[in-house]
Design a binder for this molecule. Structure first.
Ligand code: SF4
Length: 447
């Protein structure tokens, strides 16, 4: 698995082939067994194959030939849903005109912002990840004409050159949020909750609060920082509207877009309508499987709804209310690859928000040690001065860009095989009865 092109090896399954290297070797020098590293990687959601496939795409920009890169092994949700394709995969030229861009603002007010791919980067704060990792994500976002959120931890000056592609996040602790950082942004994101740990707020343990982190967060080095839950100024839709109006009043940009990020409670569709009436441009539902290794497992698996259920609930309700085309609906929390992106859109989202996959592209193994001690041994979720050097911004940006390139090609292929020439036509098509050619039940099936 760690040699050039060795990922093309199909393992013992090759035994039936006439060219099986093990039986052909005249010196009996070859044997095949699973790599022991592979055996301890991942979990049912991010399986060893999905991790390897993401690394492969980040390295090459291509889809792997013999690694499962489309589904995990959870036995439910995106891993159970399949597309009913109409055509076989092809490299045909007709794919060139397929559109993958989406609008981030459907309101009559605010900037018209179109991103070239139907995803942008989730908030990961300075402190939870390194500055180099933030820069890598910002550079990749600029290259793909999309965005990445600062997360709650301030806006390092090094990010300012990329400000046209950076979302300023305002969360409950309001760490590092100033009029200046609101002023940088074309989009401001109000984070009410995170799907991986709704009701728990945020936490950055003392070991990661280095002097640099403390300065930008206006706190004290080596002291744990907790973001409360909820915003103690927001207990109703009216309060929420005041928040939205406050940001619009404070921003020097009269066209600033406001996004609201919420978790996925069972009545999430009511929250969506509330956000619409409060005037937000982007509504972001974060499902239960998002988050880095810092979110406790007990919360991740037991509190919020998986995103697959939440998306179609919100989409259908917004359609019934007659406001679906006035708000951009982004889904996050457990989106791992291009197939998950396409399925989320087919269930009713306009686009998705990516977090963990960016980190995996840069070598994250999902070991879950993000919060421990000096943080990530790979230099991703750490603020340790030595460890951060393991990720250089240009290297990381190239890895993430390669992954996006591979995803883009896969998305175009999915659209082509489904018979669409615009990703916007895919929205909700997995549920819609109007796709008679797919048997009248939409183009997603379970099984
Ligand atoms: S590899 Fe690093 S970023 Fe990934 S889960 Fe482990 S500690 Fe966190």
């Amino acid at each position: 698995m760690d040699r050039a092109n060795s990922s093309n090896c199909i393992g013992p399954k090759c035994k039936e082939n006439s060219f099986y290297c093990v039986s052909l070797c005249p010196y009996n020098a070859i044997h095949i067994e699973p790599n022991s590293d592979y055996m301890v990687l991942g979990d049912p959601i991010w399986t060893p194959d999905l991790l390897l496939a993401t690394w492969y795409q980040a390295e090459t920009g291509e889809s792997p030939l013999s690694i499962e890169y489309q589904i995990g092994d959870s036995g439910g949700g995106f891993d159970k849903l399949k597309f009913k394709f109409r055509k076989e995969s092809s490299d045909g030229k007709e794919k060139e005109n397929i559109r993958t861009s989406i609008e981030l603002n459907k309101r009559s007010y605010g900037a018209r912002i179109e991103i070239s791919v139907p995803w942008y980067g989730a908030g990961m704060s300075f402190g939870s990840i390194s500055l180099n990792m933030m820069l890598a994500r910002a550079k990749a976002s600029q290259a793909w004409n999309t965005f990445v959120s600062t997360g709650e931890g301030g806006y390092p000056e090094e990010l300012v050159p990329y400000k046209d592609h950076i979302i300023t996040q305002l969360a409950t602790g309001q760490f590092g949020v100033t009029e200046q950082t609101i002023g940088y942004a074309r989009i401001v994101e109000i984070k009410y909750a995170q799907g991986a740990k709704p009701g728990l707020g945020g936490h950055l343990l003392a070991d990661k609060v280095t002097p640099d982190v403390a300065i930008i967060r206006e706190s004290v080095p080596w002291n744990s920082l907790f973001s409360p839950f909820p915003f103690h100024s927001v207990y109703s839709v009216e309060d929420h509207k005041k928040h939205v109006d406050w940001i619009r009043a404070m921003s020097p940009n009269p066209d600033v877009l406001i996004s609201a990020k919420v978790s996925s409670p069972t009545d999430v569709e009511m929250v969506a309508v509330g956000c619409y009436h409060a005037g937000v441009n982007i509504f972001n539902v974060d499902g239960s499987y998002g988050g880095t290794g810092a979110a406790p497992d007990i919360a991740k698996k037991n509190i919020a709804m998986p995103i697959e259920y939440a998306i179609q609930k919100v989409h259908r309700f917004l359609v019934d209310e007659g406001i679906r085309d006035e708000i951009t609906f982004m889904a996050s929390g457990g989106i791992r690859n291009a197939y998950d992106i396409a399925k989320a859109i087919a269930l009713g989202a306009d686009g998705v928000i990516i977090g963990t996959a960016d980190l995996v592209a840069c070598g994250c193994t999902r070991c879950g040690n993000c919060e421990a001690g000096r943080g990530c041994p790979h230099g991703i979720a750490t603020t340790d001065h030595e460890l951060v050097e393991l990720i250089q911004p240009d290297w990381g940006a190239q890895r993430i860009s390669n992954l996006y390139y591979s995803w883009h090609n896969q998305l175009v292929d999915i659209l082509w095989r489904l018979g669409f020439d615009d990703i916007r036509d895919l929205r909700g098509a997995g549920l819609s009865q109007k796709y008679e050619e797919y048997g009248g039940k939409g183009l997603l099936q379970s099984g």
